[in-house]
Design a protein around this ligand. Structure first.
Ligand code: HEC
Length: 195
């Protein structure tokens, strides 16, 4: 009886399957490792510095608006979803409708020094508390930058862009009270935050 026995053939087939499986596992692991790796050019920083950045982000409440679903989930969202933007949720008021952008993406386009300068001079439309961010010290802004840059993949821009006051926002959006005819101080002015 010449050729390969049934048993041998089975063994070869099993080996082929095992090989295919192990290649599949290796390449999916490689893809995972690749996506978990920080963006290119991210400097290696200490754990203490990363922890400080995360702490500042938390006490600064940036996730409340810049992470979709953060407040409605009592802040219980995995870190891999943080700062990817507020999604389609609009903030509508006299200024029009604004959307909280993806800060991972924003920071990935800047150097640390550029971010420090940007954050200190930033002025946006409401409800971004830019006037608070302007007060952060250099060391805090640097820790925040380093923390955000090592978060992982930078993601995509938020799906909606700023709408001027004469454009009705599609849902979902949060409506701010409109200023009264007399323009009460409690309501934002139509030109608030105009650059
Ligand atoms: C109450 C909601 C809210 C909170 C809290 C908030 N932001 Fe924002 N942020 C926004 C919105 C909305 C915009 C877009 C404003 C515009 O379109 O003019 C914005 C814009 C920005 C921008 C400029 C846009 C860009 O991509 O360059 C930066 C930078 C920023 N926010 C950083 C922060 C940081 C850092 C924190 C925490 C310290 C924070 N924001 C907290 C809502 C918020």
């Amino acid at each position: 009886m010449g050729g390969v026995s049934v048993n041998e053939r089975r063994a070869v087939a099993a080996m082929a399957i095992a090989l295919t499986l192990s290649t599949a596992v290796t390449s999916s692991q490689a893809a995972e490792e690749k996506s978990a790796k920080p963006a290119a050019g991210v400097p290696k920083v200490s754990k203490a510095q990363i922890d400080r950045g995360r702490y500042l982000l938390t006490v600064g409440s940036c996730n409340d608006c810049h992470t979709a679903g953060f407040a409605p989930n009592d802040g219980n969202l995995p870190e891999k979803e943080w700062l990817l933007g507020g999604g389609p949720l609009g903030f509508s008021g006299a200024w029009g409708t604004t959307y909280a952008p993806n800060l991972r993406l924003t920071l990935s386009k800047m150097s640390e020094a550029e971010w420090v300068n940007y954050a200190k001079t930033l002025k946006t439309r409401p409800p971004m508390p830019w006037f608070n961010l302007n007060q952060w010290g250099d060391a805090d802004l640097r820790a925040f930058y380093q923390y955000v840059r090592q978060l992982g993949p930078v993601g995509d821009p938020v799906p909606a862009a700023y709408l001027p006051p004469d454009k009705k926002a599609p849902p979902p959006y949060i409506q701010w009270p409109m200023p009264s005819a007399k323009g009460e101080a409690a309501s934002p002015k139509a030109d608030a935050g105009k650059k």
